[in-house]
Design a protein around this ligand. Structure first.
Ligand code: NDP
Length: 491
């Protein structure tokens, strides 16, 4: 066992290039979800603190060198941030495991390098951008510039804190905006370091500010109503997206929302089952199922149902549930007591709805130091009714439901039968069917015979209640810029 006994951290706000205390001296506590050990006391931003952060970001935008700096210089500083992240990756991965409860090895090998790459990718991508020219015969020439919008509020959830924040920060900075970042109050540790990393990389004071606090009636809401904030990039729950849209409406803020999901993972009888099962286990239980893209509705063609259930259950039983800091752990706890209560409430709902428990459904037997952690076994239900609550609501934990279907039409109807439309997964060896289903499922990303493969140039976002707008590649650059057309008379 790795020693996770750590010093109690004090996490401050980072405003205008320096760490500062909460002006009201209000601190909230953060616990390790694997043990309930107190790991940090965090300064909660008051309205005055949010005001200072937004004003610092505004000043850095209007007066500082950031917006007008040559693109190559700006991007080299962003790339330096990426390098510092990689230099500190072990520390960041330890913190992410401690704070979120995710396996250290996953954070070390996947999430922290991906976070560095988010910054590097957008710096490189920005440097490659050309412009648009629209000549009007020989009389006039139009050319279009894409200019930064201003001060961006970047608000992120607790499931992939560092990775998701850098996914927003990369294009925000590359295009010349300034930022006020707010991570989720449950998992602020890694994101709290982004300000100092930016400073060390040579990014001017006030460009990257990090504040902490809660959502409604707190830091989150103060940011989304603040007059100095021009745009909001938010990832989180659909209900929070609705609240933020209302808060930002008075000052007509530009918004981009990446929201909840309830993806269909559709397995046809001709699928390569070896591959489908090993990837579907990942899609179901990675990060304890706390992934917006999780394949939590597993639609299985009835002709292979028995075989699939047996093999999927067997694969789930091989997952090592344990201490996030151990290299052998595949699955840790869920993030907090509040979330544990929400996730486990679905065990009663599933029973009430006559779902058949295939495996899991209780706390795993674990070493004594994890006895108070928020653990649940990988849990699998079989449910014939696709409208049951466990098939419709985003549980965001290690609970998945197998839903049988007979025909392709039925699979499509079930896949589309939710309010969400973030992504879907299709397993088939039939090329025509793969295309048909991909075109007809109403979701922003369709993976065929794979899952979670990301090309940062591609659009990312959701249909229906899973999002507003798209991020990724030029979609991100467009969100973080205003197009300006300049028309010149040539004669
Ligand atoms: P929440 O919506 O609860 O919170 C997200 C962030 O918004 C947090 O920083 C939160 O602060 C803040 N917030 C909450 N209320 C408000 C408000 N009224 N005004 C401004 N800010 C507010 O999401 P979770 O943290 O619970 O994350 C899980 C959700 O995120 C799931 O629904 C998941 O699907 C979604 N998600 C979507 C992704 C996508 O790409 N589509 C990717 C990852 C997750 P605080 O926590 O302090 O309350």
């Amino acid at each position: 066992m790795v020693n996770t006994q750590t010093k109690l951290r004090e996490v401050k706000l980072f405003i205008n290039g320096e760490y500062v205390d909460s002006s009201t001296n209000s601190l909230f506590e953060v616990k390790n979800p694997a043990t309930q050990e107190l790991i940090a006391k965090v300064h909660e931003a008051s309205f005055e603190d949010i005001d200072s952060a937004c004003l610092a970001a505004r000043k850095a935008f209007e007066e500082g060198p950031w917006r007008t700096m040559p693109v190559s210089e700006r991007c080299s500083k962003i790339r330096r941030m990426a390098e510092i992240i990689l230099e500190r990756k072990e520390e960041l991965a330890r913190l992410e495991a401690l704070d979120v409860g995710k396996p250290f090895q996953v954070a070390l090998e996947n999430e922290i390098p991906r976070a560095a790459n988010n910054l590097k990718f957008f710096a490189d991508f920005m440097e490659q951008q050309g412009g648009e020219v629209y000549p009007m015969d020989d009389n006039f020439l139009n050319y279009t510039r894409y200019e930064p919008v201003g001060v961006a509020a970047l608000i992120t959830p607790w499931n992939l804190p560092f990775m998701l924040t850098t996914w927003k920060l990369g294009p925000c900075l590359a295009t010349g905006n300034t930022a006020v970042i707010k991570p989720a109050e449950t998992t602020p540790l890694t994101v709290s370091l982004l300000g100092e990393i930016a400073k060390e990389a040579g990014i001017p004071d006030g460009v990257v500010n990090v504040v902490h606090g809660f959502g409604a009636q707190s830091a989150g809401q103060y940011m989304t109503t603040h007059p100095e904030v021009d745009l909001i990039s938010f990832t989180g729950e659909t209900t929070t997206g609705k609240a933020i849209m209302k808060s930002g409406a008075d000052s007509l803020k530009k918004v981009s929302f990446e929201l909840g999901g309830k993806a269909a993972n559709i397995i046809f009888e001709d699928a390569n089952l070896d591959k489908a099962i090993s990837v579907s286990i990942q899609a179901a239980f990675m990060n304890s199922g706390q992934v917006c893209l999780a394949g939590s509705r597993i639609l299985v063609q009835r002709t292979i149902l028995d075989e699939f259930i047996e093999r999927f259950k067997g694969a789930a039983s091989q997952l090592v549930v344990g201490d996030p800091q151990d290299a052998s752990t595949n699955m840790g706890p869920v993030v907090s007591e509040e979330h544990y209560k929400k996730v486990t409430s679905y065990l009663d709902i599933a029973t009430y709805e006559n779902s058949q428990l295939i495996s899991g459904g209780k706390r795993p037997e674990l070493a004594s130091h994890l006895s108070t952690g928020y653990y649940l076994e990988p849990t699998i239900y079989l449910q014939e009714n696709p409208n049951a609550r466990i098939c419709q609501e985003e549980i965001f934990g290690p609970i998945v439901t197998i839903i049988p279907f007979d025909t392709e039409e039925e699979a499509l109807r079930i896949a589309n039968g939710t309010d969400y439309g973030l992504n879907a997964v299709v397993w088939t060896e039939n090329l025509q069917r793969a295309h048909r289903i991909s075109h007809d499922v109403r979701a922003g990303t369709i993976w065929v015979n794979c899952w979670f493969v990301r090309d940062l140039r591609a659009p990312f976002g959701g249909f229906k209640k899973s999002g507003v707008g798209r991020e990724g590649g030029h979609h991100s650059l467009e969100f973080f810029t205003e197009a300006k057309n300049i028309c010149i008379a040539l004669k």
